[in-house]
Ligand binder design. Structure first.
Ligand SMILES: Nc1ncnc2c1ncn2[C@@H]1O[C@H](COP(=O)(O)OP(=O)(O)OP(=O)(O)O)[C@@H](O)[C@H]1O
Ligand SMILES: [Mg+2]
Length: 249
């Protein structure tokens, strides 16, 4: 059957990923299943070490499953055409290269196939969307602050308007204005049909973008469903009450 809009953009089934061996084996993902539809944004929530980044790396094809499977954009995770249609912001800014911010985003636009005639406008839009000022974009990214590095990585991830965005804690380290700017940018992309898989510890980021959430604990899905229902009745701000409920099981 030909692919259809109704097919999930991401489908993870019974994913197990272990690290180490013998008595030291860590089951970073221990039977995770989730799916993401076109134009949907899904939040991956859970305590430190619960398996969010591991799951994300399997979806990107950066880590192989120990067992189970991940399908992305109609093929096995990591396939070249799927990667070309996926934007990714890793949880840690890796050592950034000695190029200016604007050049970095231009490079991603070129690699991801943004037509030459549109590049300048699209790069401007992406930098503007993450609130990176023009003078900052002219500075080397190696000199950026943490939040600026996050912003430029996001701009590089969205500049090609990918079918899928995978964002590992996209707003961590951003100031409140930056967080709002980035959420507005991501909502616009989502509403235009981009699917978003993101991890976060920030309630505002999850609520500002995602209808549904999957809550992980020790590599397992402890809860999933509509975010509003998962958070219903939480008097305390943030995700503390949800985390506590999930830990109690
Ligand atoms: N490369 C690795 N080698 C060994 N263990 C790993 C590796 N990557 C992850 N783990 C382990 O797998 C578990 C899940 O880690 P993961 O990075 O997926 O958690 P996370 O939910 O993203 O946490 P955080 O909120 O801190 O980012 C942890 O126990 C971690 O120590
Ligand atoms: Mg992580």
């Amino acid at each position: 059957m030909p692919p259809s809009d109704a097919d999930p953009v991401v489908e993870v089934r019974d994913l197990v990923r272990t690290f180490g061996r013998g008595t030291r084996t860590v089951r970073a993902a221990d039977g995770v299943s989730l799916s993401l539809a076109r134009g949907e944004a899904l939040a991956l929530l859970g305590a430190n070490g619960s398996g969010k980044s591991t799951t994300i790396k399997v979806v990107l094809g950066l880590l192989a499953p120990t067992s189970g499977a991940a399908r992305v954009l109609g093929g096995p995770a990591g396939r070249r055409d799927a990667r070309a249609r996926t934007g990714y912001v890793p949880e840690e800014a890796r050592r950034l290269p000695a190029v200016r911010g604007r050049e970095l985003v231009e490079l991603f636009a070129a690699i991801q196939g943004v037509p030459r005639a549109e590049r300048r406008r699209r790069v401007d839009e992406a930098l503007d969307g993450v609130g990176l000022a023009a003078d900052a974009a002219r500075r080397p990214v190696a000199d950026y602050s943490r939040g600026m590095a996050r912003r430029v990585a996001l701009a590089a991830a969205v500049v090609s308007r990918p079918a899928l965005l995978v964002l590992d804690e996209p707003t961590s380290g951003l100031d409140p204005v930056g967080t709002e700017q980035v959420l507005a940018l991501l909502r616009g992309l989502r509403d235009a049909g981009t699917s978003v898989l993101l991890s976060t510890h920030e309630r505002g980021t999850a609520e500002g973008l995602c209808d549904r959430a999957v809550v992980l604990g020790a590599g397992r899905v402890r809860a999933s469903g509509r975010l509003a229902e998962l958070l219903a009745g939480d008097a305390t701000p943030g995700l503390l009450a949800l985390f506590r409920r999930v830990e109690r099981g």
